[in-house]
Design a protein around this ligand. Structure first.
Ligand SMILES: [Zn+2]
Length: 125
């Protein structure tokens, strides 16, 4: 049985990858429970393209998630800026970081990468 809190900084890459997907499952459930909806952006990029050198996307430890809010009548609004949806982004980021000590949220990065959710490895997020 997978036990998330047994995964630490020193755990294997495989165990961190399994932790990552466990966390993603929780994040998806949390988002839909709050009446938001998601689509998948970049997750694993084993071609090692499109992200910074050493990116967690190249280690199957990061996901870019597109977030939508329900504006009624089947209209979903894509939330791409922090300013127009501060509560949504802060809520998702806070939830993610509380899932596990290794969770990092791109909203905390200097370049603010709101839709980036990752598990840290080798000091990268
Ligand atoms: Zn990313």
């Amino acid at each position: 049985m997978f036990v998330p809190h047994e995964v630490t900084e020193k755990s294997s890459l495989g165990n961190k990858q399994r932790l990552f997907m466990w966390c993603i499952g929780k994040l998806i459930t949390y988002a839909y429970t709050n009446d938001w909806a998601l689509t998948a952006g970049d997750f694993s990029r084993m071609d090692r393209r499109g992200h910074m050198e050493g990116s967690c996307h190249y280690s199957r430890l990061a996901a870019d998630v597109n977030v939508f809010a329900d504006f009624g009548d089947g209209h979903w609004e894509y939330l791409d800026s922090y300013e127009e949806a501060i509560n949504v982004w802060d809520s998702l980021g806070k939830f993610w970081k509380e899932l596990h000590p290794l969770c990092r949220w791109g909203g905390d990065f200097a370049g603010r990468d709101l839709n980036h959710f990752s598990i840290t490895i080798w000091g990268k997020s």
